[in-house]
Design a binder for this molecule. Structure first.
Ligand code: DHB
Length: 532
């Protein structure tokens, strides 16, 4: 989707934002600091090109970075921007009761900042541009495999997926709020990592609390917050959705001086969520265990098999039923489930949309697919061959040498990276004296895992789920998002989960459908502005 340039800028409202702290100074908790100023906006115009290629001129009110907690650890990250449309294609709109798209731009569990953003879509992770420099790199960088994929994947993935969501949402008349959040590489002058787990989710919750506590002042319907994010941002989005109003975050939110309000959100959008981290190594081997790395090398098959058996145990313990009456999902039938429920329908949709000649060409190049009666069928083994090289070595997330980005995500105090699974700790190759995970890890894992909240049937969770994942995305197992879908569905939630055929990590190929879905689940109809 092409996005047009910003047009005019007209000043409005106007004095300095009272809550717009800067730097890293601590301020004492003050409720005044968390009052949104409805008048402190700038009026901007954006040309938004829709997915049919048509341009729309959107005039909107833009609030630059506002710190969303009273006692920020680092306001560079703990701030949000607000964009609210007032005129679309020459027609005045009233967004005061419109859905709020809460679009995070976190990638790689890295810091994301909107501190210097000057327009809608201005967020960015430390790797995605838009963030101020200063995030440590060097030794803080994750493993070669994770870091390369993160750095590359995030920039495109997160920017592409969320910015199209944001612009299309604005052009649909929704309010767009983009929060920054702390991330794993942030280190203070004492050498302490202050953005590792659970910082990012606590920050997003604080942002939601800020929005909800400003009901009537901030534009949009605070009861209709729809979260969106991609990859690590998708993980955080699904966690935000699953964990609404959970008490386990209270002490962290209190420390930040978060607003006193609910942090429940109405609906959740998650693209390729990299989550359920403590089970992701096993799930990865279940899925991609026999696929070679891009070097052509197989991963250690003993490690792979051990991890696969951990997955079998975990999946059995979940006791999740597949969608559409599939029955209980296990390591024995999950391949069949993915093929029937997601992969064949995905290929079918892709092929059906092609011209006859393009379809013939594709099928000739991909003879593993049987195309009959307008339906694609194939085996799991052939699908795996079709995807080809796996992106990550084994274990993919809790690396024995602590080199994965996720090892850093579970760092704490002055420790850059830690193990977060018993298996990773036991097989540590960095010379640690203890071969067990640290005592605080169990709690940190719960704080970071949407599956924990589904298991608890958290009543404050979002009841609407939009989940998307490319079939060629081997940044994590294809079972991760399918388990989220199955868990939400089992609790009676409304789940819309599709896999994008042949798409890789971070893809978002149906953003217009997401925007339509938001209108449907929130019951929103565009309102013309009343004459004032
Ligand atoms: C992301 C990608 C990964 O492979 C990962 O392990 C964590 C995050 C990302 O793109 O955000």
């Amino acid at each position: 989707m092409g996005i047009g340039a910003t047009a005019g800028v007209a000043a409005a409202g106007g004095f300095a934002l009272s809550a717009n702290a800067s730097g890293t100074s601590k301020s004492s908790a003050s409720s005044d600091a968390l009052v949104f100023d409805p008048d402190a906006y700038t009026k901007l115009t954006k040309t938004v090109t829709d997915t049919d290629g048509n341009d729309h001129s959107v005039v909107y009110h833009f609030w630059k970075a506002i710190t969303y907690v009273a006692s920020p650890v680092d306001a560079t990250y703990q701030s949000l921007i607000v964009s609210s449309p007032v005129e679309i294609d020459g027609t005045a709109v009233d967004a005061s009761n419109a859905p709020i798209l809460l679009a995070n731009s976190v990638g790689g569990y890295m810091p994301a900042s909107v501190a210097t953003a000057t327009e809608v879509g201005g967020g960015g992770s430390a790797m995605g541009g838009g963030a101020p420099s200063g995030a440590p790199t060097g030794s803080a960088a994750p493993s070669a495999s994770a870091s390369t994929s993160n750095a590359n994947g995030n920039t495109n993935a997160t920017g592409g997926a969320t910015s199209s969501n944001q612009l299309l949402a604005l052009a649909a008349g929704y309010v767009v709020i983009e929060p920054g959040a702390r991330g794993r590489t942030l280190k203070n002058s004492d050498g302490e990592y202050y953005g590792t787990a659970p910082a990012a989710i606590v920050d997003l919750k604080a942002a939601v609390r800020y929005i909800r506590s400003n009901k009537g002042r901030i534009p949009g319907n605070v009861e209709r917050i729809v979260s969106a994010g991609t990859s690590a941002g998708g993980a955080l989005s699904s966690l935000l959705g699953a964990s609404g109003d959970s008490k386990i975050y209270d002490k962290y939110l209190k420390e930040l001086g978060a607003a006193d309000a609910s942090d429940a959100i109405f609906a959740t959008g998650a693209w390729c969520p990299i989550t359920d981290l403590e089970h992701a190594d096993g799930a990865y081997e279940f899925n991609w265990g026999t696929n070679a790395l891009s070097t052509g090398k197989q991963v250690d098959q003993t490690v792979s098999k051990e991890l696969q058996s951990q997955f079998a145990e975990y999946q059995a313990a979940l006791k999740l039923r597949g969608l559409n009456g599939f029955g209980t999902l296990t390591a024995r039938n999950y391949d069949e489930y993915l093929v029937e429920q997601y992969l064949e329908p995905s290929a079918t949709k892709y092929l059906a949309a092609l011209s006859d000649s393009d379809r013939s060409t594709y099928l000739a190049a991909n003879t593993f697919i049987t195309w009959s009666g307008g339906k694609a069928t194939f085996t799991w083994a052939d699908f795996l061959t079709h995807v080809g090289a796996r992106k990550k070595d084994a274990p993919s997330f809790d690396a024995f040498d602590l080199s994965a980005g996720e090892n850093n995500e579970f760092g704490a105090d002055t420790t850059l990276a830690r193990h977060f699974t018993a298996y990773g700790a036991k097989n540590d190759t960095t010379g640690l004296t203890t071969k067990r995970v640290a005592s605080d890890i169990a709690e940190k894992l719960d704080l970071m895992n949407p599956m924990y909240h589904f298991a608890k049937k958290n009543p404050g969770r979002s009841k609407h789920w939009w989940i998307r994942l490319g079939t060629k995305d081997s940044d994590t197992s294809l079972t991760v998002s399918a388990n989220i879908a199955a868990a939400a569905s089992a609790l009676g939630d409304d789940v819309n989960h599709l896999y994008y055929w042949d798409e890789g990590h971070g893809s978002n190929i149906d953003p217009a459908d997401f925007i339509t879905w938001i209108a449907k689940v929130t019951g929103h109809t565009k309102r013309a502005a009343a004459a004032k």
